[in-house]
Write a protein that binds this ligand. Structure first.
Ligand SMILES: *Cc1c(COP(=O)(O)O)cnc(C)c1O
Length: 423
């Protein structure tokens, strides 16, 4: 099946007389005829359902759909993108370990890596993409367990060189985890370029309608965990009566462990109803991405010509410094999010935002409706000026998330607000 077909059909195939639409199984628990059957599921939770803290049929259908879209062997949904990122790391790291990341990532991820993981004893080492491969390799420590990057960085809109970082990670014996939220599997499939694990905030384009917060971890099934660096996946898990994940679950070791161990203990599993809403969004993802891409291109071209704008970031623009990477990873396209630096810095950005009539000023992105945000004073306000620069953010930067309204209406609103900001 191709992506459009997978979005409609993967994960749920009704049998004779069953509902056409994915049912919402709103139940915390599942009934069995004998204690032995329940015991069997405790022995191997992949063999059946027992409790909706870590598995539910509605959620699992969506997991299967997303795994199919990314080309992975399995997926696990979480209650937020933040939870997906956290669990993707805790699944292979513990106190005393370190991770390598580029700084061009989501602000919430920077907080997680720089502060909260540090409190848990996991160090994040940031590397600059302008370093040579050897310089990056020199940043690895004996305890480094993974490399992390974001396909299209939110909000810097730089494009991550997945293949290059996958090669570096693999040379050092560790996996590459890619946050593919902004690209979605419609624009980029990181596993095709060597990534091992993909995470998403499904709150963005995948849902698309701003109705659920969610996340997902997808396993490519390709990383060899039995290389001496990941004993937790290879040796008996004493918290799960001695299960050896690689031995029992083969190329699904990582994603099964995430569910059996981490979801069991942290319990950040989405409700069936949230998964149902996410599924509705996924059904139209390919058509929506196509239109976001077109509308964003029109907005980027308009902004590029505007006298009120210092610079525009949209990897789909041929003039964008990331365009060559967009050609390689995104088919030359980009998502609906554009950032630009307005003339006049912070005050002009505020005036622009307050003057918009159609675009809403809100803490969200990748919605079906056009929305706008000022990273320096909103999402990224916890970052120091130094961290802002490292994350590619200027005080006058506006993040403009182009929606699916008629492009003429979007441009008219933008034009009026830019004029007001320059007065
Ligand atoms: C929003 C976002 C997250 C966090 O997701 P939540 O669902 O808000 O927890 C992570 N990564 C990226 C790229 C995001 O845009």
């Amino acid at each position: 099946m191709k992506d459009e077909t997978k979005c409609l059909h993967a994960g749920y195939t009704p049998k004779n007389g069953e509902p056409r639409v994915l049912p919402i199984v709103q139940s915390t628990t599942y009934v069995y005829e004998s204690a032995a059957e329940v015991a069997g599921i405790f022995d191997d939770p992949t063999k059946g359902l027992c409790y909706s803290r870590f598995a539910n049929p509605t959620v699992m259908a969506v997991e299967e759909k997303i795994a199919a879209l990314e080309g992975g062997v399995g997926a696990m949904c979480t209650t937020s993108g933040q939870a997906a990122t956290l669990l993707s790391i805790l699944n292979i790291c513990q106190a005393g370990d370190s991770i390598i990341s580029t700084p061009e990532i989501y602000g919430g991820t920077i907080n997680l890596f720089s502060f909260t993981l540090k409190k848990l004893g996991i160090e994040c080492i940031y590397v600059d993409k302008n370093m040579s491969d050897d310089e990056i390799k020199a940043c690895f420590k004996e305890n480094t367990k993974l490399v992390f990057g974001e396909t299209i960085a939110n909000p810097a809109l730089t494009v991550f060189d997945i293949e290059r970082f996958a090669n570096i990670a693999h040379a050092m014996g560790v996996p590459l985890i890619v946050d593919n939220t902004f690209a979605t599997p419609i624009l980029c499939k990181p596993f095709d370029f060597g990534a091992d694990i993909v995470v998403h905030s499904t709150s963005k384009y995948m849902d698309g309608h701003a109705v659920q917060i969610g996340g997902v971890i997808v396993d490519s099934g390709k990383f060899n965990w039995d290389n001496g660096k990941f004993p937790e996946l290879v040796e008996p898990d004493e918290s799960y009566h001695g299960t050896c994940y690689t031995k029992s679950y083969g190329n699904m070791a990582y994603i099964v462990k995430a569910r059996m161990q981490l979801m069991r203990d942290f319990g950040v599993y989405p409700a069936a109803h949230s998964a149902f809403l996410l599924n509705l969004g996924l059904e139209t993802l390919p058509v929506r991405m196509k239109q976001y891409t077109e509308n964003a291109m029109a907005v980027a071209e308009y902004l590029e010509k505007s006298d009120a704008v210092v610079s525009v970031s949209c990897p789909a623009l041929p003039s964008d410094p990331n365009h060559a990477l967009a050609e390689k990873y995104l088919g030359g396209k980009s998502c609906g999010v554009i950032s630009f630096i307005i003339k006049g810095g912070r005050p002009a950005a505020a005036k622009f935002m307050d003057s918009l009539k159609l675009a809403s000023n809100e803490v969200h992105v990748a919605d079906i409706r056009t929305c706008v945000l000022h990273p320096a004073s909103e999402t990224h306000r916890q970052l120091s000026d130094e961290q802002l620069v490292a994350a590619g953010i200027d005080a006058g930067m506006v993040r403009f998330s182009v929606g699916l309204e008629n492009i003429d209406d979007i441009l008219e609103d933008l034009d009026a607000a830019l004029k007001a900001a320059m007065e």
